[in-house]
Design a protein around this ligand. Sequence first.
Ligand SMILES: [Fe+2]
Ligand SMILES: [Fe+2]
Length: 138
Amino acid sequence: MDKAKVIKKLNDMMNLELSGALKYVHYSLFIFGVRRKPIIEFFREQATESIGHATKLGEKITALGGNPSVNITEDLKARKIVIEQLLKESMQIESKALSGYMNLLKDVEDDVVMDNFVREFIAEESEHLEDVEKMLRE
Ligand SMILES: [Fe+2]
Ligand SMILES: [Fe+2]
């Protein structure tokens, strides 16, 4: 395993998770109508999961001797919100995370612990993606 390369990728994923969390919190502030409660709950759950993932990644980075660095620039503007549009954006967040972890898996195959670590993320992101896909299904 190329440690430096893996640390860099873990750091990129940590930043991706943190920016996802910010987006989810922001989305959750614009939900109105009869579906308000469950959708808010869903977005805030995703935000919490993303913070949890980011924290795990940060801990792994320091365990490998790296320095986690946060570099997020999200310009989240107020806008007219259509719930379906937010869910589609949520799908993008989740599939980007999933492909990021898939990509990382190739670099850790020779390390049992890291391989297992990344596979857990892959399983969770797949579930998130399936959830959103079902929410968008008619
Ligand atoms: Fe995540
Ligand atoms: Fe996720």
